[in-house]
Design a protein around this ligand. Structure first.
Ligand SMILES: NC(=O)C1=CN([C@@H]2O[C@H](COP(=O)(O)OP(=O)(O)OC[C@H]3O[C@@H](n4cnc5c(N)ncnc54)[C@H](OP(=O)(O)O)[C@@H]3O)[C@@H](O)[C@H]2O)C=CC1
Ligand SMILES: O=CC(=O)O
Length: 323
């Protein structure tokens, strides 16, 4: 039986399925305590499955039998693809099964920031609700506003659907290439990044983390946004200059921010952004519902089984390594 390592939590039925085909070493998560044992197991493993492990030349040199890396995430910035290609290692990810759940999370951050939901929840619970709220506590509408989506891909489109159909919002988007389908289906308008930042009431960042998108949002970009606009980040923390975001929020250059991702995760409790009332922070839970996380684990497991039993993987990232 081929040896594989599962290094993130997967549901019991998925684990049981994998054990029918493989000799499985299972870690619910990698920690300082089990990392050296994991590295030892890696010398014999033909496949690994999980989320977040950095796979580069250094790791691949220690994994001579490895032929597949199955991410339980759609994002794959943890993989150095050139190195995987050079070592002939296939990678897979989990697209589509999480789109609705992540779009729901983005919508909840949009609503929470525009309508000050978390701040006002705190006001009620702390006993400070003494009279009808005055204009200083009013938020801004979401419906009929302009939503600017940077990264109109699978998740972006799913968010656009909610925004256009449910909230009568006008959709602007920015990609490197046009998304005709989103234009035809949701009436989305393509624009440059600068135009999008200038015009949107809500800016939602949903690109992958790449060399091009690292630090995409900095001082200059925040300065282009409207004073009453909110910024929502569902991509990766490294796409944003957090110091610039902090200053934009503190100086009233933008109204609020909803952040599912941070440069350092878990974000340190003393991070300046967490001190601001106009920041709604989440612990990277875009896809974190039981149903969706189970689907992601199942898809990753199906990819692992297919690849190591000579079939085609369902969702390969670098299929060219097999040809
Ligand atoms: N917070 C969370 O829990 C989650 C986060 N994510 C993040 O969201 C990302 C997107 O996921 P998904 O929608 O499935 O991916 P897709 O590949 O379907 O969409 C990505 C979009 O980003 C655009 N894009 C890529 N590079 C750039 C660039 N330099 N400038 C502008 N646009 C760019 C692409 O268009 P084009 O190629 O034309 O530029 C594409 O439309 C993931 O990679 C991940 O980082 C995803 C799921 C959950
Ligand atoms: O961040 C989550 C992902 O699936 O990518």
């Amino acid at each position: 039986m081929p040896k594989v390592i599962v290094y993130s939590r997967v549901p019991e039925d998925v684990l049981a399925c994998l054990k029918e085909t493989f000799e499985v070493t299972y870690y619910e998560k990698l920690t300082d305590d089990n990392y050296s044992e994991f590295m030892k197991e890696l010398t014999e493993a033909e496949g690994v499955l999980g989320s977040g492990l950095k796979v580069d030349r250094e790791l691949l040199e220690k994994a001579p039998k490895l032929s597949v890396v199955c991410n339980t995430t759609v994002g794959y910035d943890n993989l150095v693809l050139n190195d995987l290609n050079e070592f002939g290692v296939l990678a897979t990810n989990t697209p589509e099964v999480l789109d609705d759940t992540v779009a729901d999370t983005m919508m909840s951050l949009i609503l929470a920031t525009r309508r000050r939901i978390v701040e006002l929840d705190y006001l009620v619970k702390s006993g400070d609700w003494k009279a009808s709220v005055t204009p200083d506590l009013f938020g801004y509408d979401v419906h009929h506003k302009k939503l600017g989506i940077i990264g109109m891909g699978r998740v972006g489109q799913t968010l656009a659907k909610r925004a256009a159909a449910g909230f009568d919002m006008e959709i602007l988007y920015h990609n490197r290439s046009r998304n005709q389908w989103a234009e035809d289906t949701y009436g989305a308008t393509y624009c440059s990044l600068e135009e999008l930042l200038n015009e949107s009431d809500i800016v939602c960042l949903l690109t992958p983390l790449t060399k091009e998108t690292r630090d995409l949002m900095g001082k200059e970009q925040f300065s282009l946004m409207k004073k009453d606009a909110v910024f929502v980040n569902g991509s990766r923390g490294q796409t944003v200059d957090e110091e610039a975001l902090f200053h934009a929020l503190e100086n009233g250059e933008i109204y609020a921010a909803g952040l599912d991702v941070f440069r350092e995760e878990p974000v340190p409790a003393d991070h300046p952004l967490l001190k601001l009332k106009n920041v709604v922070s989440l612990p990277h839970i875009g896809s974190a519902t039981l149903e969706t996380r189970n689907k992601m684990a199942k898809l990753a497991a199906d990819n692992l089984v297919a690849t190591l039993t000579g079939k085609d993987p369902l969702t390969p990232i670098n299929p060219e390594v097999r040809s």
